[in-house]
Design a protein around this ligand. Sequence first.
Ligand code: MN
Ligand code: MN
Length: 472
Amino acid sequence: MENKLIKKYSYAWDKYDSNDMERVFELSERYKGFISKCKTERECVEEMVSIAKEKGYRDLNEIIKEKGKISSGDKIFVNNRDKALALFLIGTKSLEAGMNILGAHVDSPRLDLKQNPLYEDTELAQLKTHYYGGIKKYQWVTTPLAIHGVIVKKDGEKIKVVIGEDEKDPVFGVSDLLIHLSSEQMEKKASKVIEGEDLNVFAGSIPMKEQEEDKDKEKKDRVKKNVLELLNRKYGICEEDFVSAELEIVPSGKARDYGFDRSMIMAYGHDDRVCAYTSFEAMMQLENCGKTCVTLLVDKEEIGSVGATGMHSKFFENALAEIFELAGKYSGLGLRRALSNSKMLSSDVSAAFDPNYSSAMEKNNAAYFGKGIVFNKYTGSRGKSGSNDANPEFIAEIRNILDRDNVSWQTAELGKVDAGGGGTIAYILAQYNMDVIDCGVALHNMHAPYEIASKADIYETLRAYYSFLLNA
Ligand code: MN
Ligand code: MN
């Protein structure tokens, strides 16, 4: 009998020949390019829409406008407010037979600017922020930060902003207290060392020159006025325009290889763009399929999948209804059957075993760098609360599919029982009564400004997605 226990100890690296190694490193370069450039949900969606169009994907709304028809082999994308994206490759089987769905999120933890961000204190201009997602606040000080996002003016004009990525750009940052004066701070709990309201981003220190005619006027906030003047010259905006802006403060700089052997990647936003990018690539590699294949890349996962662009939105269901209609087959019952007959890999990052923090992990049920895509039967916290908890029948089917294609995979829980926990979008799609399981790439430093992923795991994850789309 084949000894399946061996799988637990096998590293993907061991099975690679020189051609495989080349493919692993080529994928890493493509991914590094993507993640270095796409640091907001909008930037991810914009880049993916442009690649999808090149691959022959058409905008669902345009097909509706043209009163077009949909049939097997058609490639369709649905862009939800530039922040979430659904991709469909229509299969030869009926939609009612169910779809093979990949899902991941494109939002990442960061600092968002408040609606009234700019102020001056003691001749220093700063920006107020409200952090987005779960972060260790002390990790975000004294590191170079960039501003990415959009400002929408009252007339609807949308101005894209990226400052702090080009080496000629200025960068931004949050200050920390010098160690010499930190005796009180160093006694604080980690959650209080840097408080949320203190994550203020420095923005300038030159006061606006006093004009002769202004001599008698109010002289306060001259540094702030100077910053506003610069913004007005560069973007044509006034202070009130911040009210209708989405400006995200993210770590500055490109993704880098990590380690002497370059086996890992250090980057901002692996969670969850490493799963989003590999899902997207698997989808782009596919030219035809039996069951209709779908990739969902959604926003707002880090704050509970809420809002019109989060997974709780009816966006996907509505898009599917439109597709049924264009295929000439719309019925409420047909739509429900399509959803409940579907299978989904809900992809999100997992925690990779870290020998520096081994006490948070249970070694037999932890994920390890280099052992491939991680499957989490369940996530949640305190007794699996809030988890999807996949069915073993479905897990058996996935094992079979991946083993046939010699994909490296492993299973894990997110840390020790009662050590903490986490959630994903899995339970939301499971509400349609479809089979869903959590899976993804394991990371070190999850939710830190720079997260770490293994190149072998990224490659095996792409292979797993491709096998699933074709064979589930
Ligand atoms: Mn995530
Ligand atoms: Mn996360």
